[in-house]
Design a protein around this ligand. Structure first.
Ligand code: COA
Length: 262
């Protein structure tokens, strides 16, 4: 069972897990404990068959996540800095990107540094109209270390990625939408409703096919794989799934499919 912990609140509604990062006094900055708890929550959610999609948001009205916890790494050595990045990639950012169920970021305010990197690791981003998004690490003498140098360019293109990283400028929700960083922009009040509208659609589809789609889309961004070859292989495998049988039977019998994820 996914459970609420000190820095993470969890709520399951109709097969959708809503995860709220809950450190509003620190604008939900990602400290070590939050990273650990978020990882544990995701591992639980991955193994729970009745969870079909996840929404990830931040507590309060001001911030999604204002970045990695600066106070925590202020005295880090070179080796500790490298570890911070590597552990984050492994436990959260790559973990989310390769999660078998779609994760929608509900960006309800500042998404800076590790906060924007977290939103970018998610499969979709819905952004409230007060949001401010940016990678300000060069202001601290750093670079984005949770995948931001790679994922920002994938989402907005290399030119805009260079601009955002080297100027450290924040962009607003409308620009994020125009540049492809946000799938939708809503008011703060409507933000979670929009996310639930999307995840409700996801929940009615084949979990097996969705898991495969995530794997194959990500394969195209993996330099060690040929996305087209992975697609051919995985497309074929789906013909052996119960979900395929159910989806096709339901279509031919003119009824709604009841997928089990097998
Ligand atoms: N790490 C640790 N603490 C953070 C934080 C972060 N990334 N971002 C905000 N906080 C803390 C502040 O220190 C402050 O704590 P305090 O009340 O104990 O002093 C609290 O959250 C509120 O932030 P504050 O700066 O007072 O709010 P603001 O409205 O004046 O400014 C921001 C909001 C987002 C512009 C500002 O907090 C900021 O620039 N944060 C850092 C963003 C960043 O560089 N992120 C990348 C990190 S690699």
């Amino acid at each position: 069972m996914v459970a609420t912990s000190e820095c993470i609140s969890c709520e399951v509604k109709n097969g959708v897990l809503l995860i709220t990062i809950n450190r509003p006094d620190k604008l939900n900055a990602l400290n070590k404990q939050t990273i650990e708890e978020l990882h544990e929550t995701l591992v639980e959610a991955e193994n729970q068959n009745d969870i079909r999609a996840v929404i990830l948001t931040g507590a309060g009205q001001k911030a999604f996540v204002a970045g990695a916890d600066i106070a925590e790494f202020s005295n880090f050595s070179v080796e500790q800095g490298k570890q911070l990045s590597a552990i984050g990639h492994f436990k959260i950012f790559n973990f989310i990107e390769n999660f078998s169920k779609p994760i929608v970021a509900a960006v309800n305010g500042f998404a800076l540094g590790g906060g924007l990197e977290l939103a970018m690791a998610c499969h979709l981003r819905v952004v409230s109209d007060n949001a401010k998004m940016g990678l300000p690490e060069v202001s601290l003498g750093l670079i984005p270390g949770y995948g931001g140098t790679q994922r920002l360019a994938q989402l907005v293109g290399k030119g805009k990625a260079f601009e955002m990283v080297v100027t450290a400028d924040m962009i607003n929700a409308q620009d994020a939408y125009k540049w492809g960083l946000a799938n939708y922009v809503t008011t703060q009040e409507e933000l979670l409703n929009k996310c639930f509208e999307i995840t409700t659609k996801i929940s009615s589809k084949s979990p097996t096919a969705i898991k495969t789609a995530i794997k194959v889309i990500n394969a195209g961004y993996n330099n060690n794989l040929n996305g087209f070859e992975v697609e051919i292989e995985e497309f074929g495998k789906l013909f052996g799934s119960k979900d395929f049988r159910e989806g096709v039977d339901a279509f031919l019998e003119k009824r709604k499919a009841a997928f089990t994820g097998e």
